[in-house]
Design a protein around this ligand. Structure first.
Ligand SMILES: Cc1cc2nc3c(=O)[nH]c(=O)nc-3n(C[C@H](O)[C@H](O)[C@H](O)COP(=O)(O)O)c2cc1C
Length: 245
């Protein structure tokens, strides 16, 4: 059932993308997209930060992540403690970005921070894509509901996000403008359905001109569950974790 509804959403979105592409053929819409819905849903920490048990390699790493699920209106219940989305049978559902965030947290021992918007995106996937497109065209800065405590205490920020219309979702732009990233190292880690990193690395650099950017990693949404080794390798090659990890 879940698989069928995922396929349905993919097909609906693909149709939407074709229509949008035709309508905006003359405009520079930049994005060559074939997004699908998340492999699973998503969640977020209500107070913005949560820590999980793990062997800590460095204690100055922030893992900031954004996901559609957890930022969209759901008919499901919301767990009052963790603010996680849960379905009607009470199971927690995950977004692709959160799955990546959990992998990174396990490896690095960093602090997790869920980038949460004040206004939710629509529960319909298609409506979310339309809203996101409009936000991008207007270069909007959607308001965020939470803040990182003591941002100055982190020198490395691992930024995890889904590609939306070829780049970072606009709430991630808001996040990047809310803090001073001068001298901090930013590692971009994105999930997508084919656009790879798109223009996200450049766009992050533009918003944080004084940050040190490391090479980003792209993981297909459908491959997130098997991405652990790739993520580990990337963290090591980025000098975030050491050889013993
Ligand atoms: C508004 C919106 C726009 C998207 N645009 C793109 C895109 O331009 N290119 C792409 O490859 N995937 C695109 N996707 C697909 C997501 O990047 C992909 O499904 C991702 O794995 C979802 O992560 P999440 O579950 O954490 O939200 C888009 C999805 C949404 C909701």
């Amino acid at each position: 059932m879940i698989y069928k509804s995922k396929i349905k959403r993919v097909l609906i979105f693909l149709s939407f993308m074709i229509i949008v592409s035709l309508l905006s053929a003359c405009a520079d819409t930049n994005k060559n997209v074939s997004p699908s819905d998340s492999a699973k849903g998503s969640v977020g920490a209500s107070n913005g930060e949560k820590t999980k048990e793990s062997a800590s390699k460095k204690n100055n790493i922030l893992i900031a992540y954004f996901s559609r699920v957890g930022n969209a209106e759901y008919k499901e219940n919301v767990d009052a403690v963790s603010s996680a989305s849960v379905n009607l049978t009470g199971d927690k559902v995950y977004g692709n970005a959160e799955l990546l965030a959990d992998m990174v947290q396990k490896e690095t021992g960093g602090e997790l921070f869920f980038i949460k918007t004040v206004n939710k995106y629509p529960s319909s996937y298609d409506d979310t894509t339309e809203k996101a497109k409009k936000e991008q065209e207007e270069n909007a800065r959607p308001k965020l509901a939470n803040r990182v405590k003591n941002m100055e205490s982190y020198d490395t920020v691992i930024l995890i996000y889904p590609i939306w219309w070829g780049t970072i979702p606009m709430p991630v732009s808001t996040f990047l403008e809310e803090y001073d990233f001068s001298g901090k190292t930013i590692l971009p880690l994105c999930t997508n359905e084919g656009s790879q990193l798109g223009s996200s690395e450049d766009d992050i650099s533009k918003l944080c001109p004084n940050a040190k950017m490391k090479r980003g990693l792209s993981v297909l949404g459908s491959e997130v569950n098997d991405a652990e080794d790739e993520v580990k390798k990337w963290l090591k090659s980025s000098d975030v974790t050491n050889d013993e990890t």
